[in-house]
Design a protein around this ligand. Sequence first.
Ligand code: PLP
Length: 227
Amino acid sequence: MSSAALESRLAQVDGSIADAARSAGRDPGEITRIVVTKFHPAALVRELFALGVRDVAENRQQEFQAKHDELTDLGDLRWHFVGQVQSKKARAVRRAAGAVHSVDRDKLVAALDVPDADPLDVLVQINLTDDPNRGGVREGDAPRLAETIARTPSLRLRGVMAVAPLDEDPARAFERLAGIAARVRGVVPDASWISAGMSGDFAEAIAHGATHLRIGTAITGPRPSQV
Ligand SMILES: *Cc1c(COP(=O)(O)O)cnc(C)c1O
């Protein structure tokens, strides 16, 4: 894709985000648009940066690490990690990420903990499906995991993250997520982030309080290869 096309897709998506925010009576300025760059080369991240993008997300540890290391000159670029984190890779993810959206078990909290380090922003990932093989904690377990994170000084709980199930109306799924987010705020009052909404459902996510959108293909175009 040419960089003019990239620029116009980005502007189009940002326009739709602003429209959805206004329809929901929200200030578009309180919403962070994260561009998901998985499967795309580091060069695309560099182009996005030149267009003003400062928040990008990756979901595979090795790919994330490689791109991160190639782009350390992009000083204020913030990397969000949104994929499953293996405990043995947790420290490496922690070193490169500005935020980890996919904390879903006590063991990972322990693996991410680096005593005396500056706090890392993390989110509890919620599994909104009935499939236990999906990433994320079950809804009812979120407050307890939030408590574990709250007791870990090297982690700062910012909120919750989820992907809408394929077989449920995203608006209903995000409404449930808003309820879970409120329960998590009962544990950590300033955990105000709701990371929800992708290319196909970000308007519904905005209507239900999403503060961080994770948008890939609507901005980048199709991913080159998903193997
Ligand atoms: C790939 C991915 C996205 C972006 O999906 P698109 O449909 O391309 O916008 C968002 N969140 C997570 C966790 C992802 O893995």
